[in-house]
Design a protein around this ligand. Structure first.
Ligand code: C6P
Length: 417
C-alpha cells in the first residue's frame, strides 16, 4: 500500500503544493469545514491564470472578432485564433481548420450527429455506441436513428465496467457507419481501448467519434495517434471556462459536412437569393463565440502543460490506489466500476444507505461529491444499482482529501447505517 506521506514525499519538487496554491476556490470553508472538492468530473476548479486570462480579455481586448478593423477587435481576433492553434496542438493537430469551438462536448456531439450523420445515414445503416456512454453520447444518436431509420447498436459492458474488444467486434459490420464511444467513462472511470476500436471500425469503413470529456484532463491525448475522425471535449472539465469546448474533426470530413447553425461569421457573402458559406472552421462557428472562454481555455492548457500530463496522470493514479485501499476497508462499501485501467473516478454504494443521503451528509462535512446516475443512467443500471456516490479526482487533490472522505463515509454509517 502507498502510505499517505510517500506520494508527496516522492514529489520532492513541491509541484503539488504549488498546484494547490494556484486554485483559489480550493481555499475556502464550506459549512464551517475545510472544503474537500471531489467532484472534478462534473467540473474542475480554475487556476488563477485562467481567471486572469478571461479578465484580461474583458479589461483590455473586449471586442468582437473577425469583424472589426479597429485595434481591439484585431487583438481579440488574434488571441482567439492563437487559442485555437494552441488547443489543436494540445490534442495533436497542427491544422487550425480541424478545430471548431463549441459550447462543450454535448454541442460537439450534436453537431456531428446533425451535420455528418443525419444527411448520410438511412435504413439499413448502423450506429454503434457502448453501454457506458454519457447521455450526451446516446440521445443525439437516438435522434439520428429516429429520423433516418438507421439502427442503434450498443456494445455491452462487463460487470466490472469494461468494454471488451471482442464485444465491440460482435457489434461491428459492414453496415456500421458511425462508432461513437467515450474515451473514459464518467460514471465508472474506465479507460476504453480507443485506438484498437478505431482500427477495427476503420477496417469496415466506419468513422469514429470519441467523447474525450473525461479523458483530456487526465491523460495525454493525440488524435493522430488514436486515428479517430472526431474527438470532442468540454473546457470546464479541463480547468478552463464553462461554455467552452472543442470539436476536432478530420478536415476532409468537416469540408463535406453541412453547417450546424447558420448566421453571422459562417458566411462569405449573403444575398436574399443565395448564401456562400465561409471557409473552415468559421463555417461551423455561427454567431459571436465565447471569445474570452477560448482564451481562458488556452491558458488552462498552458497551465496543464507546465505541470505535465504525465505528472498529473501519475499523481492521480497514486491517489486512486490510495483511495481504493482506504475505502475498501469500510464495511458495507462496494465499488461500482472496477476496471483495471481507469482514471480517478471512485463510484461506490453503501449498504442500506441511499446515495443522495451520502452526498448530503458529506456536504455538511464540507466534502463535495456527486450522487445519482451521473447522466449515464444505462450504465449505472447495468451495474445493478439506481444511483452511486461518485468521488472524482483532479490534479489538486491529495491524501488528506481521501482521508477526509473515508472519515465522512464512516460518519454517514454512524448516522444512517
Ligand atoms: N459529465 C459529469 O458529472 P458537457 O455538459 O457538454 O460539458 O459534457 C457532457 C459530457 C459528455 N461526455 C462525458 C463523458 C461527460 O462526462 C460529460 C459531462 C459531467 O459526469 C456532467 S453531467
Amino acid at each position: 500500500m502507498t502510505a499517505p506521506v510517500s506520494i508527496l514525499h516522492e514529489d520532492n519538487t513541491g509541484t503539488h503544493a504549488r498546484i494547490r496554491n494556484d486554485f483559489p476556490a480550493l481555499h475556502q470553508r464550506v459549512n464551517g469545514k475545510r472544503l474537500v472538492y471531489l467532484d472534478s468530473a462534473a467540473t474542475a476548479f480554475k487556476p488563477r491564470c485562467v481567471i486572469e486570462a478571461v479578465r484580461d480579455v474583458w479589461e483590455r481586448d473586449c471586442a468582437n472578432i473577425h469583424r472589426g478593423v479597429h485595434t481591439l477587435s484585431q487583438r481579440a481576433t488574434q488571441r482567439y485564433e492563437d487559442a485555437r492553434v494552441k488547443i489543436g496542438r494540445f490534442i495533436g493537430t497542427d491544422d487550425r481548420r480541424e478545430l471548431v469551438f463549441v459550447r462543450g462536448a454535448t454541442e460537439a456531439i450534436n453537431l456531428v450527429a446533425h451535420s455528418y450523420a443525419l444527411p448520410r445515414l438511412g435504413l439499413g445503416d448502423e450506429i454503434v455506441i457502448t453501454g457506458l456512454e454519457h447521455h450526451a453520447n446516446i440521445v443525439p444518436w437516438q435522434v439520428v436513428r429516429d429520423r433516418t431509420g438507421a439502427t442503434l447498436k450498443v456494445v455491452p459492458v462487463s460487470i466490472s465496467g469494461e468494454v471488451a474488444l471482442s464485444a465491440v467486434e460482435q457489434q461491428l459490420s459492414s453496415k456500421t457507419k458511425i462508432v461513437a464511444l467515450a474515451h473514459v467513462s464518467n460514471a465508472l472511470g474506465t479507460i476504453l481501448r480507443v485506438k484498437e476500436i478505431v482500427n477495427r471500425a476503420h477496417a469496415l469503413g466506419a468513422v469514429v467519434l470519441v467523447d474525450g470529456a473525461q479523458a483530456v484532463p487526465h491523460l495525454p491525448v493525440n488524435v493522430m495517434d488514436l486515428g479517430c475522425d472526431f474527438y470532442v471535449f468540454s473546457g470546464h472539465k479541463l480547468y478552463g471556462p464553462d461554455g467552452t469546448g472543442v470539436l476536432f474533426a478530420r478536415r476532409e470530413l468537416l469540408e463535406s459536412m453541412v453547417p450546424y447553425q447558420t448566421g453571422g461569421d459562417m458566411i462569405l457573402s449573403v444575398t436574399f437569393e443565395k448564401t456562400l458559406y465561409n471557409e473552415l472552421p468559421a463555417r461551423f462557428e455561427a454567431g459571436t463565440p465565447n471569445i474570452s472562454g477560448a482564451v481562458g481555455l488556452a491558458a488552462a492548457i498552458d497551465f496543464i502543460s507546465d505541470v505535465g500530463l504525465e505528472w498529473i496522470f501519475r499523481h492521480e493514479q497514486l491517489l486512486l490506489k490510495f483511495a481504493q485501499e482506504k475505502l475498501s476497508k469500510i464495511e458495507g462499501l462496494r465499488f461500482i466500476g472496477t476496471a483495471s485501467d481507469k482514471v480517478g473516478v471512485i463510484s461506490f454504494v453503501l449498504e442500506g444507505v441511499h446515495a443522495h443521503d451520502i452526498g448530503t451528509i458529506l456536504d455538511a462535512e464540507g466534502i463535495a461529491i456527486r450522487t445519482g446516475h451521473h447522466c449515464a443512467q444505462p450504465v449505472v443500471e447495468r451495474m445493478g444499482v439506481a444511483a452511486t456516490a461518485r468521488a472524482s479526482l483532479g490534479m489538486y487533490n491529495d491524501e488528506s482529501d481521501i482521508v477526509a472522505l473515508a472519515e465522512g463515509i464512516q460518519r454517514v454509517k454512524q448516522m444512517l447505517g
